[in-house]
Ligand binder design. Structure first.
Ligand code: EPU
Length: 345
């Protein structure tokens, strides 16, 4: 194994902040993963698995352990019928490169998840979602190394405990499983309306009646380019907060003052309110605080313009959380995960 020492985490995460990882290893196969974990155990190091670093924040004191950089390759069709094509994809493949391949084959299911940065292995962890699709709907199963029992396991979709921006991998069993491959089933049918509002608007403006999978991908790429800064050019981690899920009682209180509050009724009776809206209504859209900018086209995104440290980011985050809390009585929650020195289990 080729262990690298003292690697900058700011270069490995798209927010561009944070100290060094004491040690780092790139893994290219499930067996590399097993060996990396054995090495970490032998040297009494905590470990943390990183993909594209586009949904992970690093702290200033870095990580006094082993970063396992997941580079496991491979995009393979494992089953094909008239209706479906099933792919098994290595966790280290770039997510959008995989989406592009499915769109090339005219397959539907993840085309609205176009242009999301990061790797395939990271997609199930936070159950990536956008424009009416969630990766959970396409996933058949996830292969992983179970560090609790030192075995390779296959978790079927239901075992992954997917919910909004959440799964077993960042929830109940955070740190336990190292994802090696994701198997997804895509449909050989035209995408079916209704589409997400922003997509409907785009289709109308472009006079597209029955969009193909490629036209939907193009629509999403165009919409995203307007609303989300490209992490390769502007340090950020996409949505910095999760959308707020509140009780109907809290929603009723807000709607009394703001009759036009955007919201989605959830099946359990709770209501989802876009946090971008809450932040904008709190007067923070476009605000600069300790080098962190609340993005002027989308208040849900925090951009690192000139922050010097994770501490700057933490102060900006607290300021936003407190301001929204004071205005609406809602405590908003951060979306990205964090890498820091603490054994997870
Ligand atoms: N809104 C505002 N002000 C803002 C931003 C949004 O009022 O500054 C309002 C919009 O007008 C709209 C509502 O909030 O009524 C929802 O906005 P949008 O459709 O842009 O989506 P979002 O809820 O802000 C979520 C995902 C995005 C995903 C989009 C599109 C989360 C945390 N974020 O954002 O995902 O691309 O929907 O489906 O759920 C990500 O996770 O990194 C991400 C970019």
């Amino acid at each position: 194994m080729n262990i690298q020492h003292k690697t900058s985490l700011s270069a490995l995460t798209t927010m561009g902040l944070g100290g060094d990882a004491a040690q780092l290893v790139e893994v290219y196969s499930p067996d590399d993963v097993r060996q990396a974990v054995a090495y970490a155990r032998q040297h009494k190091l905590p470990w943390y698995v990183l993909g594209g670093g586009s949904n992970t924040l690093a702290r200033d004191d870095g990580f006094d352990g082993l970063v396992i950089l997941n580079k496991i390759p491979g995009i393979n069709v494992i089953d094909q019928t008239k209706q479906y094509t099933t792919f098994t994809v290595g966790a280290g493949e770039l997510w959008d490169a995989f989406v592009a391949q499915t769109v090339d084959r005219n397959l539907s299911g993840i085309e609205c998840l176009s242009a999301i940065p990061g790797t395939v292995g990271a997609a199930p962890v936070q159950n990536i979602g956008a424009y009416g699709q969630e990766v959970a709907s396409a996933i058949a199963y996830v292969d992983a190394y179970d560090t609790k029992n030192d075995t390779f396991v296959r978790l079927q979709n239901a075992e992954c405990e997917f919910s909004y921006r959440h799964s077993i991998f960042r929830g109940r069993e955070q740190g336990r499983y190292i994802i090696t491959a994701v198997t997804m089933r895509l449909r050989a049918v035209l995408p079916q309306p209704p589409f997400y509002k922003a997509i409907e608007t785009y289709l109308r403006e472009h006079s597209i009646a029955n969009p193909s999978v490629r036209q939907l991908r193009d629509a999403v790429i165009a919409i995203r380019a307007n609303k989300l800064p490209d992490p390769r050019a502007t340090p950020n981690t996409g949505s910095f907060f999760k959308n707020a899920i509140v009780s109907r009682e809290i929603y009723e209180r807000i709607v009394a003052d703001y009759p036009n509050v955007p919201h989605y009724d959830l099946p359990d009776g709770n209501v989802k309110i876009p946090t971008g809206w809450l932040i904008e209504q709190s007067g923070l859209k476009g605000a600069l605080y300790r080098g962190m900018r609340v993005y002027d086209k989308n208040a849900l995104v925090l951009v690192n313009e000139s922050a010097k440290s994770y501490d700057d980011l933490a102060a900006a985050r607290q300021h936003i959380i407190n301001t929204v809390q004071t205005k609406f009585g809602i405590t908003i929650q951060q979306e990205p995960l964090e890498i820091y020195t603490k054994k997870l289990f």
